[in-house]
Write a protein that binds this ligand. Structure first.
Ligand code: SAM
Length: 228
């Protein structure tokens, strides 16, 4: 079965499907949450800032951020060799020197406190142990740095999923099968928001904020690492 197991890296076929049909559509749906949360303020400050995307897929978000904020020092890591190869090809095509590495969120190859911003989009539900992975994101974050975690939640209902598929611009005939697939394979196996609250408490993070757009079955958890 192609999508039989959730907690593992993407297979070459999943990587191709994600790259070809999903990544940009999903990132477009996130623009409102980014605006509402004023995330531009996190990135726009005109000083050298180190930013990491954990589970970056083909690097679309890293490239988007680079186009908007060329002063950022951006890294992306992902377990999938195919998607990291694609992210590197994008960097060559766009003539930049963004850094992409094959690595596991559960064991990040970076020193403590390296990054000013660590973010992850739609990847956590694939990690075998989210407590370990989120703990790694927290470890590599500087004191005073921002952690931004976006993912689907199992709190969402079927209607919300269909509504987001419509907004993502899938062709009409594909909408219902796509919604069924997303609900069964990506939403139901995700964790409820409560799990993330418990993880942040276990990791002794400040409570931060959680936003959930009304029409997208996703959440953004945002918190700042206390100054030492
Ligand atoms: C739904 S995709 C999201 C990709 C990208 N963040 C985006 O929004 O387009 C999930 C990604 O998480 C990656 N992934 C799964 N488990 C991982 C792990 N343990 N460490 C790093 N990446 C992982 C997959 O290979 C895949 O690229």
């Amino acid at each position: 079965m192609i999508f039989g197991e959730l907690t593992r890296k993407y297979s070459p076929l999943e990587a191709w499907l994600h790259e070809r049909f999903i990544a940009d559509r999903v990132l477009d749906t996130q623009s409102d949450i980014f605006e509402r949360e004023k995330l531009a303020e996190v990135f726009a400050e005109e000083k050298e800032r180190f930013v990491l995307d954990v589970g970056c897929g083909g690097g679309q978000m890293v490239h988007r951020l680079h186009r908007l904020y060329p002063h950022l020092r951006l890294w992306g890591i992902d377990l999938s060799e195919e998607l990291i190869a694609r992210a590197r090809e994008r960097a060559v095509q766009e003539g930049n020197s963004l850094q992409f590495e094959v690595a596991n969120a559960q064991d990040l190859p970076f020193s403590d406190g390296k990054f000013d911003v660590v973010f992850s989009l739609f990847s956590i539900k694939h990690w075998p142990d989210p407590l370990q992975g989120i703990g790694e994101c927290w470890r590599v974050l500087k004191a005073g740095g921002e952690l931004l975690l976006v993912d689907t939640t199992s709190d969402a209902g079927r209607e919300q999923v269909l509504s987001v598929i419509e907004k993502m611009g899938f062709p009409g005939l594909l909408q219902k099968p796509a919604a069924r697939f997303v609900y069964q394979r990506l939403i139901r196996p995700s964790s409820p928001m409560e799990t993330y609250r418990q993880i942040s408490t276990q990791l002794e993070m400040p409570p931060g904020t959680v936003s959930q757009p009304s029409y997208i079955p996703t959440f953004l958890f945002r918190t700042q690492k206390p100054e030492a």
